[in-house]
Write a protein that binds this ligand. Structure first.
Ligand SMILES: C[S@@+](CC[C@H](N)C(=O)[O-])C[C@H]1O[C@@H](n2cnc3c(N)ncnc32)[C@H](O)[C@@H]1O
Length: 277
């Protein structure tokens, strides 16, 4: 199963990297809150789980400065290649990368002050296993902060296309408890998971992150290029089914287009916890 996830994200990595700047702008308010809730400050040793192409890695690296360090980890090696390239281009020498599934994370115990994970945890097969690994990696008193999408109702531009793709592919939505874009977004779910994983002093913030793009066509391109979980739904379907599915998604996305371009409401939850000292 991890091999399947790796393949899915290796396939999406070039597209994700291409959309990196737009995704960074889209997620900026949530990213700043996540970094603050994890206490990512000068000199901190930070682990960025499921880092993707690393826009939040680079932001963390700027905040910790030359006295600190950020380890960017992801299941897809191609994502890490982009992180290294982006860090080099930004002149940041305090970023290293680590390939592997978060569930199998192997780092020295208690070697990090903070762990961040933006838009990754809800996609993991075993998030509790990943949080157990995070807990081992943190020093006592260290913090973890996680960003996940909230609910389908608050993220219609993502929920409706997913339903369309699933219908065309003849597949059912993930059952409760299974990985998926909204798996951890219902009130209390992530808080419970962090408490059960041994974290205390749970803090949470709901953050509006409307997506603004020049057109619905660009939103469709972003989804097709970068969103690994969406691409995966129809990846094994015959060409005609894929085309029909994406054509219907294109129509749905048009409903978010106004005279000023594409603007879709979206919402994330930022949840943080502390490893008991
Ligand atoms: C939606 S992207 C988010 C990337 C980045 N954190 C961001 O916000 O731009 C999800 C990322 O999770 C990674 N991923 C998925 N399952 C993983 C796992 N089990 N362990 C580590 N990384 C994983 C994917 O390769 C992908 O880079």
């Amino acid at each position: 199963m991890q091999a399947e996830i790796r393949k899915q994200w290796e396939g999406a990595a070039p597209g994700w990297a291409q959309w990196e700047a737009a995704i960074a702008t889209w997620m900026e308010p949530a990213t700043e809150i996540m970094l603050s809730m994890a206490s990512v400050t000068t000199g901190a040793r930070v682990l960025d789980l499921a880092c993707g192409a690393g826009s939040q890695t680079l932001r963390a690296a700027q905040l910790v400065g030359a006295q600190g360090h950020v380890v960017a980890s992801d299941i897809a090696e191609t994502m890490l290649h982009h992180v290294r390239e982006n860090a080099r281009a930004a002149g940041l020498a305090n970023v290293t990368t680590l390939a592997g599934a978060a569930e199998d994370l192997e780092v020295a115990p208690e070697s990090f002050d903070a762990v961040i994970c933006r838009l990754g945890l809800m996609l993991f097969i075993a998030p509790a296993q990943a949080l157990a690994a995070v807990r081992r990696a943190l020093r006592p008193g260290g913090k973890v902060a996680v960003v996940v999408f909230t609910t389908p109702a608050a993220n219609r531009f993502m929920a409706e296309p997913m339903q369309i793709l699933l219908r065309h592919a003849g597949r059912t939505p993930p059952a409760p408890g299974q990985p998926g874009i909204f798996a951890l977004g219902m009130s209390g779910v992530l808080e419970r998971l962090l408490l059960d994983s041994g974290f205390v002093t749970i803090e949470q913030r709901t953050v509006a992150v409307p997506l603004r793009l020049p057109s619905a066509g660009r939103a469709l391109a972003m989804m097709q290029d970068a969103f690994g979980a969406y691409r995966a739904v129809v990846s094994d379907c015959p060409e005609a089914v894929r085309m029909a599915a994406w054509a219907e998604v294109a129509e749905t996305l048009k409903s978010f287009e106004a005279a000023t371009g594409f603007i879709a409401p979206a919402e994330v939850l930022v949840v943080a916890g502390v490893k008991r000292a």
